[in-house]
Design a protein around this ligand. Sequence first.
Ligand code: ATP
Length: 324
Amino acid sequence: MAIRAIEVKGLRKTYRKVEAVRGIDLHVEVGEVFALLGPNGAGKTTTVEILEGYRKRDAGEVQVLGTDPETNERSFKERIGIVLQETSVDPFFTVREVIELYGGFYPNPLPVDEAIEIVGLTDKADERIRRLSGGQQRRLDVALGLAGNPELLFLDEPTTGFDPSARRNAWQMVKDLQSLGKTILLTTHYMDEAQMLAGRVAVIARGEIVAEGPPDALGGRDVAGTKISFVLPPGSPSPPPQVAGNFQILGNSWRSETDAALPILHELTGWAVNNNVELRSLQVSQPTLEDVYLALTGGERDGASESQTVADLAGGKSETGRSR
Ligand code: ATP
């Protein structure tokens, strides 16, 4: 059987009193884009840093590209790329110079022009970093993650702070990377991003995976009832009982959640057309990924399994993770 890009079983990590990761199982296939979702403090960064070899686990089995990342072998580090939310590089370097510099640490770097082109910075190749816009700097961060031509790329919230068009460009970039055969593990707080990019997602809450699967099917989205809603203008006649019986009516607003949307819509719209009734704001929808996510995580803000003690806070964080 082919080796998976990532295979994790029973992963656990505790920082003093905080059980950050409480028995996680997950796998990522080669060539897949996999997204980790979860509220602040859910354990995403801890998990990802263990996979990258930047943190030690307390328990569990972890294989990344067929290697235990904890062994910290150079040959392993050369096969992964990490894109953090912020990279600190000398602002007086040009884009080309800094990518060349990073690539120099690897045995088989991506040609510099290719890295620049993938992230769409060709016309800024000779610009100094301090002159780049925020969005362009984030593209450069991705180029630095790609400099060593990694098989597996870790992308940490890749579009935080982007304007809508920059986000679309970044999404296209991730798709292009996937078509080059890269495996991508993405953490994000944006549901539309996960929906757009990931073949599968896992939702982490309080250190555990509470749901996992393709975004379209997560939490049974694909088989959940369809919501139908519309507003009936004042003075309109009421739909016949065989239609009206399926709806809850609040003032002029009509709502239904049903497993038989098609016949109800057929009757409803047929009646509306025949009687010349306008169905204002007619909407037919499945639960969104965000609906499912909020239901799974209880809409929580802080997902840590135990609150930090005063001693923890006074002592600060007990370990430091990766940074560039
Ligand atoms: P966010 O979305 O806010 O980045 P996250 O899902 O990445 O959150 P983690 O950073 O993994 O969450 O944190 C999980 C829990 O572990 C939190 O309660 C956090 O305070 C705690 N924690 C993380 N790193 C450390 C550390 N080095 N020392 C002590 N506690 C830590």
